[in-house]
Write a protein that binds this ligand. Structure first.
Ligand SMILES: NC(=O)C1=CN([C@@H]2O[C@H](COP(=O)(O)OP(=O)(O)OC[C@H]3O[C@@H](n4cnc5c(N)ncnc54)[C@H](O)[C@@H]3O)[C@@H](O)[C@H]2O)C=CC1
Ligand SMILES: O=C([O-])CC(=O)C(=O)O
Length: 308
């Protein structure tokens, strides 16, 4: 049996992810959306790219949750993207309603699935999905850190004119204005960036990373990023489906790790066949710890507003 992956929300992130997954050719994909006929149309279009690109992935578009039954993995991308001038947190109320309803439906048909949450505000929506599903914490994870880290790596590689593959970095914390790019742990082919760039330039790159989503929202005028976000989700799915046990920053439910209780916040995790198999506790400096606490407090505020 091939792995079955459902993507809820066949919008920009969802449909780009579906195409990327089809090209991997290790899973069958169901795209669900409330808009009549739209996911069916996109699925058919993708299916017809199979003979050209050489994949056999079955891609189904639907407006019926029954078609998502027995999914191994479900990615939630349904919800509103922000507009220029908005923060991700401004999406809280509207997307809370959508994610609640989506998770209720999904768990009816796929009670044993793994949930990857993408909808913003990310950490709060992951917390909501965890709450509504009642799943154990290893089966609910949010995508943010891989994307934020990819942005950080892109900017460093551009600055130093080196391959992005040589740049390693971590961005922790919530996926919002308080995210925590860890400059101290950023290396280029093993060399700390503090030895390669002046402190003020690193600070500018950190700020551009924090504003990375907004920079694209402003350029697009309508909608938000989706090429890099879908690539980031794909890497997480690769690690889970292929049991690669890669360590990457994701939003995970913390129960005392990093001194944070009962909250989804971005930290390095090991992703494998059992989902979040381990939370990696990096040794942080006092300053880094304080920034992470501040970021967690911002997520906690949103959780309070949701009343869960
Ligand atoms: N975690 C992250 O790093 C990122 C998060 N996002 C977030 O992902 C979400 C989706 O972004 P896009 O795909 O660009 O938006 P989009 O507007 O292109 O797609 C959203 C889709 O959700 C569907 N939808 C709305 N209510 C629904 C419901 N009740 N059930 C099923 N489908 C429903 C809409 O019909 C639409 O097709 C946004 O909230 C955005 O902020 C986007 C990029 C990165
Ligand atoms: O900026 C947004 O609203 C979408 C997102 O989360 C990102 O691209 O990081």
């Amino acid at each position: 049996m091939r792995t079955k992956i459902t993507i809820v929300g066949a919008g920009f992130v969802g449909s780009t992810l579906a195409q990327r997954l089809a090209e991997r050719d290790y899973a069958d994909v169901v795209m669900y959306d409330i808009v009549p006929n739209m996911p069916q149309g996109k699925a058919l279009d993708m299916l017809q790219a199979g003979p050209v690109l050489g994949y056999d992935s079955l891609i189904v578009g639907t407006n019926d949750y029954a078609d998502t039954a027995n999914s191994d993995l479900v990615v939630i991308t349904s919800g509103f993207p922000r507009k220029p001038g908005m923060s991700r947190d401004d999406l809280l109320r509207k997307n809370q309603e959508i994610v609640t309803q989506v998770v209720q439906e999904i768990i009816k048909y796929s009670p044993n699935c793994m949930l990857i949450v993408v909808t913003n505000p990310l950490d709060a929506m992951a917390q909501l999905a965890y709450h509504v599903s009642g799943f154990p914490r290893n089966r609910v994870v949010g995508m943010a850190g891989v994307l934020d880290t990819a942005r950080f790596r892109t900017f460093i590689a551009q600055e130093l004119n080196v391959s992005v593959r040589d740049v390693q970095a971590y961005v922790l914390g919530g996926h919002g204005d308080t995210m925590v790019p860890l400059a101290r742990m950023c290396t280029v082919a093993g060399v700390p960036i503090s030895q390669l760039l002046p402190a003020e330039r690193i600070e500018q790159i950190i700020q551009r990373t924090r504003d990375g989503g907004a920079e694209i929202v402003n350029l697009l005028g309508t909608g938000s990023a989706y090429f890099a976000p879908s690539a980031a989700v794909l890497q997480m799915i690769d690690s889970i489906v292929l049991d690669k046990k890669m360590i990457m920053p994701c939003s995970a439910y913390l129960q005392g790790e990093y001194g944070i209780q009962n909250l989804f916040v971005g930290v390095p995790v090991k992703l494998g066949a059992n989902g979040v198999e381990q939370i990696i506790e990096l040794e942080l400096t006092e300053d880094e710890r304080a920034l992470l606490q501040k970021s967690a407090a911002a997520v906690q505020e949103l959780v309070k507003v949701m009343g869960i």
